[in-house]
Design a binder for this molecule. Structure first.
Ligand SMILES: Nc1ncnc2c1ncn2[C@@H]1O[C@H](COP(=O)(O)OP(=O)(O)OP(=O)(O)O)[C@@H](O)[C@H]1O
Length: 300
């Protein structure tokens, strides 16, 4: 289990982290989200020991994490950090050796990852001749080669095509199923929602919300109604009680109208009466907010 407890970090006058805490258990995938500059990379660097904190602690299975412990972690840094002129296969094996593997074990593990990440045809190429997406696959292989006990990945999905996203998601799900805690940062909130067991939202160096997506949804104060009405006269929606979050209307060739409204109602029964008086109600149901909507609400 990874425990990050009250991390503090300043860069000169900038307070980057102001008491960041989070916990990721065995077999849990944790999505770390926040606006640009919120403190995700700084937190991950401190977890990995590539940056020191000004306060707080990183614990692994209850003990303060030191250098030896961190050698058993796998890391995909934001700045990537591959050797541009080294061949793909050699590079992955090399990092396996750095992680303490024998040459044979490193080769075996590299073969498996190269196959798994569809890099077979690129094995003999220099890294700097690869597309960015393929370099990212190599970087992931480097993070995984030594069978890490914890995975910390800084925006691993950025810039990947949908097939590569699925391949990466599959590899992470496997590691998670094997009991490895996985932490990754991302701005792709649909992916975080799809993949993560728990989510932490950071804003200006503080964790402002956390839990499962379901728990975050339950905290969301303003419930939304999706209402679809056909055949209503223009302007009917102005009579709905509450705030209109989104509105679409269409008028077809024969003059028939279609209106869709997302409403945070002050009185749902009154909203139903207004809709029914206005036209034919085709849809009237509570709508679950997406993680992206929760995020906007929480960081606002
Ligand atoms: N080396 C540095 N020197 C000075 N300030 C820094 C340095 N690295 C980060 N910061 C500042 O610390 C804060 C947190 O930055 P950090 O990179 O951790 O955010 P982030 O959440 O990873 O952002 P992004 O989503 O843009 O990657 C920001 O205000 C940033 O400008």
């Amino acid at each position: 289990m990874l425990e990050v407890d009250g991390l503090r970090k300043r860069y000169g006058d900038t307070v980057a982290l102001d008491g960041v805490s989070l916990t990721v258990r065995s077999g849990e995938m944790f999505g770390f989200v926040g606006a640009n500059g919120a403190g995700k990379t700084t937190t991950m660097r401190i977890v990995m020991g590539v940056l020191s904190s000004d306060g707080g602690e990183v614990r692994w299975n209850g003990d303060r994490a030191g250098h030896e412990t961190r050698r058993r972690f796998g890391y995909m840094p934001e700045e990537r950090g591959l050797y541009a002129k080294m061949r793909v296969g050699e590079q992955i094996e090399y990092f396996g050796r750095l992680g303490g593997m024998s040459p044979q074990a490193a080769k075996r593990s590299a073969d498996e990852l190269i196959e798994r990440l569809s890099l077979t045809e690129r094995r003999g190429d220099d890294v700097d001749s690869l597309s960015l997406g393929n370099q990212q696959r190599v970087q992931l292989a480097v993070a995984l080669i030594h069978g890490p006990e914890l995975l910390v990945l800084d925006e691993p999905f950025s810039g990947l095509d949908p097939i590569a996203v699925d391949a990466l998601a599959g590899v992470l799900a496997e590691r998670k199923a094997a009991g490895v805690p996985v932490v990754f940062s991302s701005h792709q909130l649909d992916l975080v929602e799809r993949l993560c067991d728990s989510v932490g939202i950071i804003k200006a160096g503080r964790m402002i919300a956390g839990g499962t997506v379901e728990e975050l949804r339950a905290r969301e104060s303003r419930k939304r109604l999706r209402i679809v009405v056909t055949g209503a006269l223009p302007g009917w929606a102005d009579r709905l009680p509450g705030e209109i979050v989104a509105k679409t209307d269409r008028t077809f060739g024969d003059g028939a109208r279609y209106d869709e409204v997302i409403l945070t109602p002050t009185d749902d029964q009154e909203a139903l009466r207004v809709a029914a008086q206005a036209g034919q109600v085709q849809h009237f149901a509570w709508q679950e907010p997406s993680l992206a909507e929760i995020f906007r609400e929480v960081v606002a």
